[in-house]
Design a protein around this ligand. Sequence first.
Ligand code: HEC
Ligand code: HEC
Length: 336
Amino acid sequence: MEKLIYSLLLGLLLITFSCKKVVNDNTPSFTPYQIDIPKRFPAMEIPDDNLMSVERLALGRKLYYDPILSNDGRACATCHIQQIGFTKNSTLGVPVLPHQNLGWNKNFLWKGEKNCTLEEMMLFEVHDFFVTDIAKLNASKEYKDLFYKAYGITTITHKDAAYALAQFFRVLNSGNSKFDKYRRNELSLTPNERNGMIIFFTERGDCFHCHNEIFFTDNDFHNTGLDSTFFPGSMGRYEVTGNANDIGKYKTPTLRNCELRDRFMHDGRFSTLEEVIEFYNTGVKQTSVNIDPLMVLPEKALGLQLTQQEKNDLLLFLKTLTDTAFLSNKQLNAPQ
Ligand code: HEC
Ligand code: HEC
């Protein structure tokens, strides 16, 4: 009898152990983490070699806010500030692109210098942009312990830092704006916001072709007719591909949380959304080379011809894309 109990216990132990091994992913501590994907968003692909875990995510979040990654006191969060959608305002030169919903994104940077996975993009940021001194991380007992716990490694490489950062990027998801709540039938828009929405999503404003749901970007590149002459250094995606068809094309930025920004377009030429709307209304340079066919439809020959009221309503609609829960989410700020 005793023998039987013992063998049963042993069997149980073995079962528990082998189950745990599967869940454990062979790392010292792997507590699976389920990403809270906003409702109506598509599923997010997670690479097999960087499955989400509580330990990895916490590490990525810590790295994002830690100047240890750079050699000049900057952290990612120095230029990517949560309260305004993980971007930075009033920058000179190239406006900082926001970190939102990038887990679904493949084309990175205004000119699309990078077409890759999030892990590869993070490796570029750490290795090429910050030129992270990896010896500093390896000299830190705290980081050595955290990386061992999260990834089971004893020597930290740029790739490991990139993988941890990618985990944090996968939770920077904005999908709970007033507009999202409206789409989920949780509230109604004001008549003016609704009118703005109709302008946005119909041929009247024709914004939705490029800034389409659910991300308010098509993840593609277009010349919207901002300029009609191009100089070396400001030729857009052409500088990456060398393809003449790409002259003047830039990545479509997401419009989520755009209300909070004060630099718009790839060179920050506009500082208010009113100016942006006026550009689409009357400023499009229709003779620009490679201009997107949508910008030169016959009915747009004289511009969109929006009334002042329509422009106000369009602006009010853009403001419904602000997601205060995301901007103040305490799980995403600097860890204590
Ligand atoms: C000095 C300010 C600054 C710092 C610090 C900074 N960034 Fe950025 N980031 C930018 C700017 C500017 C852009 C847009 C550049 C461009 O497209 O040419 C950008 C773009 C990006 C993008 C592309 C987003 C998209 O939609 O294509 C990613 C990803 C990114 N940064 C990640 C990081 C990470 C990770 C760190 C820390 C390791 C970091 N950044 C630190 C300024 C900064
Ligand atoms: C043909 C595709 C296309 C259409 C149509 C379009 N956009 Fe854009 N939008 C873009 C691209 C591409 C950019 C970036 C252009 C650049 O920087 O050179 C942009 C930039 C913007 C920006 C600046 C965002 C930022 O972070 O810098 C706003 C705001 C905007 N568009 C709103 C609108 C509105 C409102 C409409 C409809 C009236 C509209 N767009 C129609 C492609 C488009």
